[in-house]
Design a protein. Structure first.
Length: 281
């Protein structure tokens, strides 16, 4: 791993790294926040919250806008922000739209050419990146996962598809039922093709009935979110949870939109939710 930058923050460190991904066949950048207890003499390994960002984001949106570092420093929690897709591969159409290709990897493993060799963000965030970090940085294998929009859905599927791998999961304004909305249908048909049975393996709402672990979901949604009606479908997720007796706390917040102003307003609740499961609160 090549360290690109470091900034001291609330007694901890925000760092950016570049590394070669064997899963994605390209270089990737990510950011990590290490709390004070993970640094210096007497340092110890700390649990990690993996944050998966939304369409158009890099590793930097959350780190610069969410305001999570102060409480993460106090709790003794590391935060890792991967990028949202492979980049710079020269694939046809890779940079043509904000909701497909670069910045829009959807945290799945593509099966359709020309995406299938590189667009394997699911394997990257679930397996390759944690293995690297648990080897190279003072972080443990005690993991929580959260995210926003495309990344909120990514967090849900990472947890639902991997019983025992995460201690906690939460999401802000997730694209909760991607098989049934324009963003999801564009991504799934492009990365997976037309077979809706394949889509179901990557759709949180459709994964709920067969989930092998009933990890409680914390989901926050703003009522003035400009994407709520057309793209997000939190009610479909809540209905699936109710039918399957899967615990969910869906909190509707009057007047909040889809932006990082919304995330910053409730991030502390999510950090405490993960902190409790990770034994930090
Ligand atoms: N450009 C698009 C919408 C882009 C957008 O709103 N991206 C969100 C995530 S949306 C779902 O995954 C985001 O997090 N943007 C980055 C930020 O820092 O706010 C459009 O205008 O429609």
């Amino acid at each position: 791993m090549e360290q690109l930058a470091t900034n001291m923050c609330f007694g901890g460190e925000h760092r950016r790294y570049r590394h070669r991904s064997d899963v994605l066949y390209c270089d990737m950048e990510f950011a990590v926040f290490l709390p004070p207890v993970a640094l210096g003499s007497g340092a110890r390994q700390v649990p990690v919250l993996y944050w998966l960002s939304g369409l158009t984001c890099t590793d930097q949106n959350f780190m610069q806008k969410a305001g999570a570092q102060k409480l993460a420093a106090e709790l003794g929690m590391a935060i890792v922000c991967p990028d949202t897709s492979p980049r710079g591969l020269d694939l046809p159409g890779e940079d043509d739209s904000y909701d497909f290709g670069s910045g829009a990897g959807f945290y799945l493993n593509a099966t359709r050419e020309p995406w299938s060799r590189h667009y394997r963000m699911y394997d990257y965030v679930v397996t390759e990146l944690p293995s690297l970090l648990e080897r190279e940085l003072p972080v443990t294998d005690q993991r929580g996962v959260s995210g926003h929009s495309m990344g909120g859905h990514g967090a849900l599927i990472c947890a639902l598809k991997n019983p025992g791998r995460y201690r906690s999961v939460s999401a802000f304004a997730p694209i909760a039922n991607p098989s049934e909305c324009p963003w999801g249908q564009k991504a799934f048909s492009g990365y997976l093709g037309g077979d809706r049975e394949q889509w179901a393996e990557w759709d949180a709402t459709l994964l709920i009935p067969g989930a092998k672990e009933r990890l409680p979901l914390l989901v926050d949604q703003g009522t003035s979110d400009q994407f709520l009606e057309e793209q997000l479908a939190p009610d479909a997720l809540a209905d699936a949870c109710e039918k399957a007796h899967h615990p969910i706390e869906l909190r509707m917040h009057r007047g909040y939109d889809h932006s990082y102003f919304f995330i910053a307003s409730f991030i502390d609740d999510h950090l405490r939710h993960h902190g409790r499961a990770l034994g930090l609160v």
